[in-house]
Design a protein around this ligand. Structure first.
Ligand SMILES: Cc1ncc(COP(=O)(O)O)c(C=O)c1O
Length: 343
């Protein structure tokens, strides 16, 4: 099976499994797990932030950040198709009592300061105030697009001048840094907190990191416990996270090259609408022309050909490259899609 549904499907590498078996552990609710402590220290250092916290999922990392930065009744300004709005189960409302204020991104889902500033509100006697601005880089639903550093800096500077914090959903921030050919520190420098996932392209089985100031992470520790995310001998998972940080960031460029290869092959297939130039990282989203197959039925037929993909609506399909698919797999998948559409 060539599984292109997501980079979350990656299996832990042999090196990760060995590190997991050998991990020293302790009770992390007492902050006594040496492997977790080491992962948190190294992740903070890598990002250029004061402190970091290991959390079970990216969703929990984002939701903890929202809870830490906001007060009940606040609004969170975010992009209309952002993960915190579309795919986190209304968590910000349920867990923090805040509302999203969605701002449509420009090309590639890129937020513009003009639009963000127009959405930020002070509290009056008749409206809520903005408590947080949240960015996403890379932007998943926009197709793994990368927000340029200048845009991030412009938005963060403007938001900070208004006395508000900025959180980055950086589930795939190492993909952003790879595409931008810069240090990941440069990508996260403008923001007050960042969440990134060890469990996506970096191939760890579980886990994400939330990083920011010492003060924020001390608060985040308590919120994580409240949300039920206090874990015990979790060094077995942090050990895989350390391998992810050390060994798996450099190779993301291969995933990006494979995504381009796949997109270029798909773009030549009649019935598919896709500009390979729009593929910036490891996510390929293409449209099926009207009158061709619909996306769910194509995905179902591909499954029979041992290719897994995800339908995003009636005409849209997403494919994601990762450590467990090769360039040959990508070409094979494109061939299978071509054959299916021709049949
Ligand atoms: C942009 C983005 N943010 C957050 C998440 C949430 O991560 P998790 O599935 O670990 O909760 C995802 C997962 O796909 C994502 O794509």
């Amino acid at each position: 099976m060539i599984d292109l549904r997501s980079d979350t499907v990656t299996k832990p590498t042999a090196e990760m499994r060995a590190a997991m078996a050998a991990a020293e552990v302790g009770d992390d609710v007492f902050a006594e797990d040496p492997t977790v402590n080491e992962l948190q220290r190294r992740a903070a250092e890598r990002l250029g932030k004061e402190a970091a916290l290991f959390v079970p999922t990216g969703t929990m990392g984002n939701q903890i950040a929202i809870a830490c930065h906001t007060e009940r009744g606040d609004e969170v300004v975010c992009e209309s198709r952002s993960h915190i709005l579309d795919y986190e189960m209304a968590g910000m409302g349920l867990l923090s009592g805040v509302m999203p204020r969605a701002v449509p991104g420009r090309e590639g889902g890129r937020l513009a300061w003009e639009d963000v500033s127009a959405a930020i509100r002070q509290r009056t006697t008749y409206n809520a105030k903005t408590g947080l601005v949240a960015l996403e880089n890379t932007h998943n639903l926009a197709g793994g697009t990368v927000m340029p550093l200048e845009s991030m800096r412009e938005i963060a500077n403007g938001v900070h001048e208004l006395g508000l914090p900025v959180h980055l959903d950086g589930a795939r921030v190492f993909n952003a840094a790879t595409r931008l050919q810069c240090d990941v520190r440069d990508v996260v420098a403008p923001v007050d907190s960042v969440m990134f996932c060890l469990s996506k392209g970096l191939s760890a089985p579980v886990g994400s990191i939330l990083a920011g100031t010492r003060e924020l992470i001390d608060k985040a520790w308590l919120v994580r416990k409240t949300f039920g995310g206090g874990m015990r001998q979790v060094g077995v998972l942090a050990a895989a996270g350390l391998v992810a940080l050390d060994r798996m960031t450099e190779r993301l460029a291969d995933d990006h090259a494979n995504a381009r290869l796949l997109a270029t092959a798909l773009a030549g297939i009649p019935g598919i609408v896709l500009d390979p130039e729009s593929v910036q990282t490891n996510i390929v989203i293409f449209e099926l022309e009207a009158g061709v197959r619909d996306a769910p039925s194509l995905v179902a037929s591909l499954f029979d050909r041992e290719i897994r993909a995800i339908a995003f609506g009636a005409r849209r399909i997403r494919l994601v490259t990762h450590n467990d698919v090769s360039s040959e797999d990508c070409l094979e998948a494109a061939d299978a899609i071509g054959a299916e559409l021709a049949s």
